[in-house]
Design a protein around this ligand. Structure first.
Ligand SMILES: Cc1cc2nc3c(=O)[nH]c(=O)nc-3n(C[C@H](O)[C@H](O)[C@H](O)COP(=O)(O)OP(=O)(O)OC[C@H]3O[C@@H](n4cnc5c(N)ncnc54)[C@H](O)[C@@H]3O)c2cc1C
Length: 323
């Protein structure tokens, strides 16, 4: 919630106000914490070498409810305090940088309750500080999955996942977070708490979920998220990997698989350089094409067969059907 006008309050006044509002142990002001919260992984080098160059926030405040978030934002709004929302802290785009003097970082990671897993409506509702891996682990125990798998899965939490419009490695089948998000609760700077309802589809008017998706906390603070869940059939997974001499062959195979109507969960092509980086042990300087076919057995088998048939029509791809 960037504002070019800086507050007229002093750091001390800000800290006193938030300490009175929240319990003191949830208003962090020690210097190292403030330093670490002045940057994200875009300036990772500053965290590694301890060379911080941005203004330090006045405090990191840790709400435990949407009502506390509302109070925090109302005070900040009235006093022109810049607010930086945060959950998992894995951002790589500079969204967590405290570029304005005397900002506050509102860290929602204590709002970490899974509120509902509904296997009839195929929905999970979580607070913003629930980790993706935390929800995924619970779902796997009962045979379900979020289908969401960004590389930051062990770190990212649902507030940040929605605010960054995140996408994962299984997106060819499951989509990005914008396809998974069913409803969301947010708090506006004036303290208003707004719930975008869980409905199967928006038939009238604009789809206002998109005001929240990807706004990096610039418009509102996300407190609760409802996402689709899917049945998980790991026993049916089929893995395919191919070494290719040129990238254009890989692009054409991908194109043919997808335009034929198949949806492998993973469909990724690495050029020679990237192949060496990720698959040094076998890529041998060639491009690497990988697929995962998953779902109910009939669908996984049909997808896998189609991949192999399409690949076989190309000259000399070196195929290994199991990675
Ligand atoms: C190793 C690594 C791998 C990654 N891989 C991927 C990947 O595969 N796909 C991908 O999309 N991204 C990836 N990322 C980027 C990042 O992890 C994701 O964008 C993730 O969704 C951020 O979630 P977070 O909880 O860590 O958010 P944070 O880092 O805490 O915040 C990210 C942004 O969202 C805002 N925000 C956070 N919480 C809230 C909230 N409650 N309300 C409003 N705004 C909020 C913040 O202000 C900031 O702008 C990767 C990052 C790392 C470090």
């Amino acid at each position: 919630m960037l504002d070019t006008i800086t507050t007229t309050l002093t750091r001390e006044q800000i800290v006193v106000a938030y300490t009175e509002m929240l319990s003191p142990d949830r208003v962090l002001t020690d210097e190292q914490t403030l330093k670490e919260n002045s940057v994200d992984r875009y300036y990772k080098v500053e965290n590694v070498f301890g060379t911080y160059s941005l203004p330090l926030p006045a405090a990191v405040v840790k709400p435990v409810s949407k009502e506390e978030v509302a109070k925090i934002l109302v005070f900040a709004n009235e006093h022109r305090i810049n607010v930086v929302p945060k959950t998992g802290g894995s951002a790589t785009e500079g969204g967590l940088e405290t570029v304005v003097e005397n900002s506050i970082v509102v860290d929602g990671s204590l709002m970490n309750q899974i509120l509902e897993i509904n296997t009839t409506d195929m929905l999970a509702t979580v607070q913003c500080g629930v980790g993706l891996e935390q929800l995924e682990d619970e779902l796997r125990k009962i045979g379900f999955t979020t289908g969401h798998s960004p590389q930051s899965k062990p770190l990212a939490q649902f507030g940040g996942l929605v605010a960054t419009r995140s996408i994962g490695q299984f997106s060819t089948l499951y989509g990005g977070i914008e396809d998974m998000l069913v409803g969301v609760e947010t708090v506006f700077p004036n303290g208003e708490i707004c719930r975008i309802k869980n409905v199967p589809r928006r038939a009238a008017g604009p789809d206002i979920r998109h005001l929240v998706l990807g706004n990096e906390g610039a418009l509102n603070y996300i407190t609760e998220v409802s996402v689709k869940i899917f049945r998980h059939y790991p026993q049916n997974n089929k893995f395919y990997g191919y070494l290719l001499d040129d990238i254009n062959t890989g692009i054409e195979i991908l194109r043919q698989v997808v335009t034929a109507g198949y949806r492998p969960s993973v469909a990724r092509l690495y050029d020679q350089e990237d192949g060496l980086y990720h698959f040094k042990h076998f890529s041998d300087g060639r491009c690497v094409l990988i697929f995962v076919a998953e779902g109910p057995k009939g669908i996984a088998d049909a997808t896998g067969n189609a991949i192999e048939e399409i690949v076989a029509t190309f000259p000399r791809p070196t195929a290994s059907t199991v990675l």
